[in-house]
Design a protein around this ligand. Structure first.
Ligand SMILES: Cc1ncc(C[n+]2csc(CCOP(=O)(O)OP(=O)(O)O)c2C)c(N)n1
Ligand SMILES: [Mg+2]
Length: 629
């Protein structure tokens, strides 16, 4: 650049921060700043580069790219994901880390973001590009190549990955990062690895690089011929079933879906990410499908001749490991922005936006509907399941509370708009079956990666995204122990969360799974090692997680009964500070059965009788699994 007026001299860190602050997304004519802020933890890999740039930006304009501390790099990705999911992927956070462990702590969060198709920008520091100071503190030192660093572990979990070895490389990399982050079909974690020397290096940047840039988030419309084929197949169906996935919600297609279902009478089942697509009491709603489904959805799935999958990636939980769709002649119509997902189960692919397609299908199918018997059957099955939910919400347990009753109280406390968050353990399945969603954003269960430790960190992001909504984080004791530190950030930022800690002294979920696969609940509860047996079957551990939460700065309420839980939730709702409600449940009292299978292979040979029995059961179920061709 010879013309001094058209360039500006900045470090790579400063240029990156200035670029990020100038990015906007737009869908349906509404624009929003793409990066609501930057989470970070500093170390020698970013303190002098991106860290200095953030400090300088905070002096100039604290609103430009607000900085938030975090306590753990994995947690900051979870928080960014929670935020982006609530904002329908139109906005997210950047995450800056040091090199080495700070960078590799991102891997789990990145995998979660990518699997759930949620945008998040990761900015790990990296080892010197010049290599003169090798080996720098925390450097891997691969003897085969100096080009390898620990940041390469982020490659398979990133949708775009680049290393900025020279300042000029930032320009194409930053633009490519934005393209992927704002593309609904490609989005996920995006990593720009930033060698620590390059971050601090200066360069003359063209000023156009920092111009306000608006990224249009597309709504691809269905190809007319694909729409014709889909209409023809749906018209031929006698027992159609629609499976609503997360794409329905991200696309803002919930009203279009409600209209389509009401007009055609096609029953609607929901995946984990798609739950809330319809309000629970919509006449066509049959609730959760698959391994954690309702008997209503699973019975309709078993007979369905045409399955219309909208915005779903057909995970094994959704399909009950490819056993739930049992009609030998079943055909699939898959509406998805990602051709990868649209092609699944040899489906008739409509590679397009959910809202645009449901609207178009509704128009093209005007006047067509399922027969009255099928509508009646749908209503009957849904009603039967709702009675089961009533019973589960009223259930008691031999010791402590039944978890389903706790979930009922939380469902009630969430009201019309409160967001309930969960990710792993026995609660996601129970919530999927039982929760009565009244709003598309109310049910926030991360079940793409089902990552213990997502809950509280995501709560922080969700509440930042929706300060006007009550946020109730449901977390098991095992998951709490995995990653609870963002309570400190919530307290620091005065971001109010209600956290319901469900204490059952270990892994109720894996305990019950272990039993079903013949592993006898081996080592799935938190107990002392028993000197008599040598096993972990001694007394319950003297762990007090309520005291732990209090030590991190939360207010704490201990609830010993259902009434106490209800009043604790009411108190937490009125509170202005992050409040943890501690409740003890019985790990052996489960939820109503889905009558569906989940493929978890059982040992083929064994000396344990329990395993042999489980294997016989497995061999019985396995033939129900199909390739849909
Ligand atoms: C990070 C991570 N590690 C391991 C697992 C496997 N896993 C799934 S559920 C679970 C136990 C969860 O325990 P808790 O949070 O107490 O819930 P509970 O099963 O008791 O309902 C484990 C270990 C996981 N999902 N995530
Ligand atoms: Mg537990």
């Amino acid at each position: 650049m010879s013309d001094g007026a058209s360039t500006v001299r900045l470090t790579v860190g400063q240029a990156l921060v200035r670029f990020l602050a100038a990015q906007w997304s737009e869908r349906d004519g509404v624009e929003q700043r793409f990066f609501a802020g930057c989470f970070g933890i500093f170390g020698h890999g970013n303190v002098a580069g991106v860290g200095q740039a953030l400090a300088q930006a905070a002096h100039a304009d604290p609103e430009e790219l607000p900085y938030y501390q975090s306590r753990n790099e994995q947690a900051m990705v979870h928080a960014a994901v929670g935020f982006a999911r609530l904002r329908d992927r139109l906005q997210t956070f950047a995450c800056t880390t040091s090199i080495g462990p700070g960078a590799t702590n991102l891997v789990t969060g990145a995998a979660l973001a990518t699997i759930n198709r949620i945008p998040v920008l990761l900015l790990p520091g990296d080892i010197f590009a010049t290599r003169v100071a090798n080996p720098v503190l925390q450097e891997l030192e691969d003897p085969r190549s100096y080009d390898v660093s620990v940041n390469d572990t982020l490659r398979p979990v990133s949708r775009y990955w680049d290393r900025i070895n020279r300042p000029e490389q930032l320009i194409p990399a930053a633009l490519a990062a934005m393209r992927v982050l704002t593309d609904p079909a490609e989005t996920g974690a995006v990593t720009l690895a930033l060698p620590q020397d390059v971050q601090a290096e200066s360069h003359d940047w063209p000023v156009e690089f920092f111009a306000r840039r608006v990224w249009h988030v597309a709504r691809p419309v269905p190809e007319p011929a694909a729409l014709d084929r889909a209409v023809e197949l749906i018209r031929s169906a006698r027992r159609p079933l629609l499976v609503a996935g997360g794409g329905v919600i991200y696309s803002g297609a919930t009203q279009a879906l409600a209209d389509f279902a009401a007009a055609t009478g096609v029953p609607v089942a929901e995946t984990q990410a798609g739950k809330g697509s319809l309000t629970w009491d919509h006449p066509a709603a049959v609730g959760a499908i698959g391994a954690t489904g309702t008997t209503a959805a699973n019975e309709l799935a078993a007979q369905a001749d045409v399955v219309i999958g909208v915005g779903t990636r057909y995970s094994d939980f959704t399909t009950a490991s490819r056993s739930v769709f049992a009609n030998p002649d079943v055909r699939f119509v898959n509406v998805n922005v990602a051709s990868f997902d649209a092609a699944k189960h040899a489906g008739l692919a409509v590679v397009a936006d959910a809202k645009a397609t449901l609207t178009a299908l509704g128009e093209r199918l005007a006047g067509w509907q399922v027969d009255q018997d099928y509508r009646t059957r749908t209503t009957e099955l849904a009603g039967n399941w709702q009675r089961i939910v009533d019973d589960a919400y009223a259930a008691t347990a031999p010791t402590n509370l039944a978890q389903t009753a706790v979930l009922g109280a939380v469902n009630e406390a969430a009201g019309e708009r409160g967001v309930v968050i969960n990710a792993a353990g026995s609660m996601p399945g129970e919530l999927h079956k039982l929760f009565r969603a009244r709003d598309p954003k109310q049910y926030h269960v991360e079940y793409g990666y089902s990552c213990m430790g997502y809950e509280i960190a995501a709560g922080l992001g969700v509440r930042l995204a929706a300060p006007d909504r009550e946020v109730i984080v449901l977390v098991g004791d095992g998951s709490y122990l995995m990653l609870a530190q963002e309570i400190v950030t919530a307290v620091q930022e005065n971001v109010k969360l209600t956290i319901v800690l469900v204490q059952n002294h270990g892994y109720a979920s894996i305990g019950s799974l272990s039993e079903s696969v013949g592993s006898e609940r081996f080592a799935t509860s938190y107990r002392y090692r028993n000197p008599k047996t040598g096993a972990l079957d001694g007394d319950v551990l003297p762990v007090d997680l309520a005291a732990n939460a209090a030590s991190l700065g939360a207010d704490v309420i201990r609830a010993g009964s259902l009434d106490e839980l209800r009043s604790a939730l009411a108190k937490a709702r009125e509170a202005t500070r992050t409040t943890l409600v501690h409740v003890e449940t019985d790990p052996l009292t489960g939820a109503p059965d889905s009558q569906a299978w989940w493929d978890v292979p059982v040992a083929e040979v064994s000396t344990l009788e329990a395993t042999q029995r489980a294997r016989a059961e497995y061999d019985k179920n396995k033939p129900s699994q199909r390739q849909y061709l």
